[in-house]
Design a protein around this ligand. Sequence first.
Ligand SMILES: NC(=O)C1=CN([C@@H]2O[C@H](COP(=O)(O)OP(=O)(O)OC[C@H]3O[C@@H](n4cnc5c(N)ncnc54)[C@H](OP(=O)(O)O)[C@@H]3O)[C@@H](O)[C@H]2O)C=CC1
Ligand SMILES: CC1=C(/C=C/C(C)=C/C=C/C(C)=C/C=O)C(C)(C)CCC1
Length: 312
Amino acid sequence: MAHFFTRVLKALCGSPLRILLLFFVVLFRSCQAVCLRVLRAERRKSVSGETVLITGASRGIGRCLALEFAKHGASTIVLWGRDEEKLSSVQKEVEESGKARCHFYRCDVGDREQVYRTIRKVQEDVGAITILVNNAGVVHGGTLLEMKDDNIEDTFRVNTLSHFWTTKSVLPSMLANGRGHVVGIASTLGLFPLPGVSDYVASKFSVVGFYESLAAELREQGHRDVSVTCMCPGHTTTDMFKDLTTQPFSLTPQQVAEQTIEAVKTNQRRVILPRIMHLTWTLNSWLPGSWMRNALYVTGAMKDMENFCAKR
Ligand SMILES: NC(=O)C1=CN([C@@H]2O[C@H](COP(=O)(O)OP(=O)(O)OC[C@H]3O[C@@H](n4cnc5c(N)ncnc54)[C@H](OP(=O)(O)O)[C@@H]3O)[C@@H](O)[C@H]2O)C=CC1
Ligand SMILES: CC1=C(/C=C/C(C)=C/C=C/C(C)=C/C=O)C(C)(C)CCC1
């Protein structure tokens, strides 16, 4: 611990210019956030009447997203996943919760041809998708030398490549109709590292890059009516990371779903949750690499990750 604080002090005192710069960055970012909030509040859009496709909707964040979109007036919700029993139960919940029509399809998003086939079927059945939420995800994890090659490939197929296949499939109709929103559920682990899940982290860094580039590409091509949002939530209390028990800033899947709808309505390009993680992200590029390792030890997160790896 003492070593950690000495390193932090040395890094800060050794470079007063850095402190000054950090101060201006924080000040600028805060002003920018306030201005954007005011502007976005004025240009709020509605999700009423939209046709929403959510991948990985059989449980966790995907299930909450389906219910939340229905609550906010979406007219059709399309659920994708592999577990038909669970999908059917979410379909019932959505239909019972209000006026939205709800359909489900069995689709392994890691299989490109299956994605293309299922999208065609969905478009025949319900018409054009106007909001796509790429939420399906998987974690295998373990230390690099323990990881199975097949699991590494599966992680990239589900967490990264699937976003390309689904987005390529729905984007043409969005561009033709001049209306659409593509949402990716990435992670804070698409912004900073965590030992024990390097496959997952790398797949999420890739996906953050995908959305950043897609947003820039659409803007460059003048398609301002098709929006892109990349959600970066931190640890969330679903089955996926249930072994991480000592997380100090955990979110519920309901919170992630609510913030996602808010981000769609206000056209936010990137959302980091909880907000305090902005600080982690900024500090990560300003402080010596060891600070995060120490923070992970102090909060018990490192122990959690060791247990997580041991169970792989
Ligand atoms: N939990 C967390 O701490 C965080 C999660 N996230 C991200 O949020 C997203 C949702 O995660 P969360 O709800 O927590 O996880 P869950 O494990 O609860 O749910 C994962 C969902 O993805 C689906 N899925 C997994 N593999 C496939 C596949 N090959 N084809 C189709 N569907 C698949 C599962 O459906 P089925 O089993 O029916 O196929 C399930 O519906 C993921 O992208 C995750 O990386 C982001 C930040 C934090
Ligand atoms: C890095 C870091 C932390 C840990 C973050 C963790 C452990 C995040 C896990 C996120 C997950 C599991 C995302 C899934 O997609 C603390 C301790 C909050 C404090 C400061 C730095």
